[in-house]
Design a binder for this molecule. Sequence first.
Ligand code: BTN
Length: 248
Amino acid sequence: MHRFVIHHFETIKSTNDELKAWVNADEFTVITAADQTAGRGRRDRSWHSAPGDGLYMSVLLRPTAQPESVPLISLLTGITVAETLMEFGAAGIDIKWPNDVLACGKKISGVLIEGASAGATGLRLIVGIGVNINQRSFPDDLADTATSLALITERSTPVDAIRDALLDRFARWYDVWRNCGGRAIIARYCELSSYATGKLVRILTDSGDLAGETCGLDASGALQLRTPAGEIRTVISGEVVRLRENED
Ligand code: BTN
């Protein structure tokens, strides 16, 4: 089992930013914070970090595998969070590609993975994970789209319990990735994610928007999209937005 070394801060700007100063530390160095004053999300968004109510955590990885296999780390992080939340009683868990975890259709967790170098040789990844745990309400602009474990299960859960369970699972899935490659990760992902196949979506990518129906993941973890013209497009990164037409 991996030995995570956890450094906890009461208040910090962003656990991802803090960990960037630690890129030469051992793999599995972890930064957590009770409160983030400038928590960051993907696509330059902020991450609402209610003090004490959520898990705000970043894990340093120093993978020796080729960069091409890194997207699978993004997927295994989503699997890890989804399974951990189910272990703690969350119903209606789903994963929106690549690794937004939803509960009853609302976002309960987000993941921000960033590269870091600072003169380091070899790949360094900062896996930032935010999980909404004990929030009983959200600011107006998030109220319709965000949820928490407490809102889903109607009970509070210690943040540290989620942290420990999540790191334990993360270590196991990371070992699967290192020792066995991507096949088991893709298979588990497709079991957990209703977005992997048959979902009508729009995907906002850096090179424009795409619309179509999802039709699985390729071996690297990229999402396959069938466009209305019947072409299969491979999407490496982007923001998936569900279209209303096949809502269930
Ligand atoms: C997203 O869904 O857009 C990603 C959100 C990631 C939030 C986490 S909280 C811990 C870590 N530190 C940050 O500043 N962001 C990530």
